[in-house]
Design a protein around this ligand. Sequence first.
Ligand SMILES: [Zn+2]
Length: 690
Amino acid sequence: MKKTTDLLSRSNNDKQEAKKAINTLQEQIRYHNYRYYVLDDPVLSDGEFDRLMVKLQALEDKFPELQSPDSPTQQVGGAPGTELSSVPHPTPMLSLQTVYDKDEVKNFDKRCRENLNKEDIQYMAEPKYDGLAVELIYDKGRLSIAATRGDGQTGENITANIKTIKEVPLVLIGQEGIAPPDRLVVRGEIYMLLDEFKQLNEQRAKAGEPLFANPRNAAAGSLRQLDPKVTAQRPLHIFLYQVVQSEGHSFKTQFEVLQTLTKWGLKVNREKSQLCSGIEEAIDYHQHLAQIRDSLKYEIDGVVYKINLLSDRQELGFRTRNPRWALAYKFKPRQMTTSIKAIEVQVGRTGVLTPVAILEPVRISGVEVSRASLHNQSEIERKDIRIGDTVLVERAGDVIPYVVKPITEKRTGSEHIFHLPDQCPVCGSEVIMSEDKKKALCTGITCEAQLRKRISHFASKGGMDIEGLGEKMAVQLVNSGMVKDLSSIYQLQETDLLAMERMAEKSTDNLLQAIEASKDKNLSNFLFALGIPIVGEHLARVLCEYFATIDDLMKASQDKLFSIKEIGPEVASSITAFFANPKNLQVIEEMRQAGLSMSNPYYTKESFQPLAGTSFVFTGTLEHWTRDKAKQLVESLGGRTTNSVSKETNYVVAGPGAGSKLQKAEELNLSIMNEQEFIQFIEKHQKKGQ
Ligand SMILES: [Zn+2]
């Protein structure tokens, strides 16, 4: 009996000892984290620090019940969630009034001085980071909630992710007699160092993952991860700059806020924050930061001025969208002039053609720029960009620079106007352009540039619904050379598939069965699966109502297509261009040979459409039929109705009270009918069909 009690008390003692040791270790590690991450002034070597962590981890492994959620060992990321929940902000997270001009800064100062009735105002000038604003809430010194700005009222709960950032203390520390407050709501910015951003993108490029456009996107993407372990792998940093609530500790100035946050273990940018004793000094500081911005390790895009005295801020208060006591003075964007040597055309995976300017290489803020997307034909024409032009190129935070404008004064006459080609540079198929010239699409289903995307679209749910043939599989099939166009899907053999990496017998069987089953899909699914530009699931169905077979559709003229109510001129020309491409027809024929049914259960419309290709305009009052009924009758016979009279109009039906439309029809010398004539016209055509 005595023995057992001894054992029990020994283990209790062990636990007591362990608890003490864990507390001491946690405290030490927190302090050294603070020296390292916040002050950038470590007093331990990395090796010594690692030994502390190993010791703590070992103790926590032995006594898991003693591991607290805010232990430094927990900063590697917890379990993934299914979605980010939302959290209301204690007070709205407002944006700042932004200006680009020195005079506007002076106006701001003048307004503040007038309202406060002061000669001079002290401003705290801090860098404006190109990152992601966050809010941290500490209750009793422990990090309880971290949130994004969201819509300003409510943000996304990113606590689990924020906890993986080493610069964010999970527990505040008290120093120099200043204890952390009971509750602290503090705001700041999460950002990525330029070097680390570059490395991250290099890693992603190697792994075949999409690249981040800029450090801000990378930081935002990393913070909004559902799996905190992913966030933990990303090089994120923080600067805190604003206290919203602080229960149990009051501040007088922004200067004091920054000093005190550091003492509590929170990282602030003391080095690049400057107290300015008037607006002139503040403007000078803006100039200084603009000059050194390219030497900074992180991206900044301006300076934020905040009135230093907090009682002044209180007096000025807020507008609806921003505080009256702060201002963001942004830098001018970084621009350089260079020339356009050529314009290249890229064909994307969805068949979109994008013009890209090939530039005489130029360095913009340390980065060599030699290409810039021109987006689309409309953009080129709007800016009047020509090959050979001297142009102004801008690089904002983005990796991809863009052409601001041509410098027309420098034209010599040897510049060339550029047009996107009528034929795809990859496969030679016809290119169709949207009316607003913002989108140009290759119509070739055999186009190599798009094959992978086309295959996964073909196999998608609304299409042929082939399970197991997603984008990854499509990539494998294309890379292995087994699939050269859509029809080769139906030529796949079991032995070929088994030879591929990671293909077991079961998944091969399943895929082949799904491919076989897809042959029974109807014409509507098939038309959608073909990926005819601008023909989605709905239009595929509409086409099936009007055309009994795919052959009927292939033969349809643009006029005939256009006479269908839901089909506009762009869709009509897209369809005819698609079926005019012999390569497309060949692939369809090969699929037919492979046994695709292409059956059509939706065909309902009479094939009798004597008014196909004609258009009608109604004006004035109708007495026999309502306007809607009259329109329906025209459409049921294949005609179209429009609201305005143009050269394209064939017939104008004019009732009593007809006005300007009738006048215009007379001017254009169009056929004009009164209601009685229209009734006879319709009846005559209806009879023909009987
Ligand atoms: Zn093409």
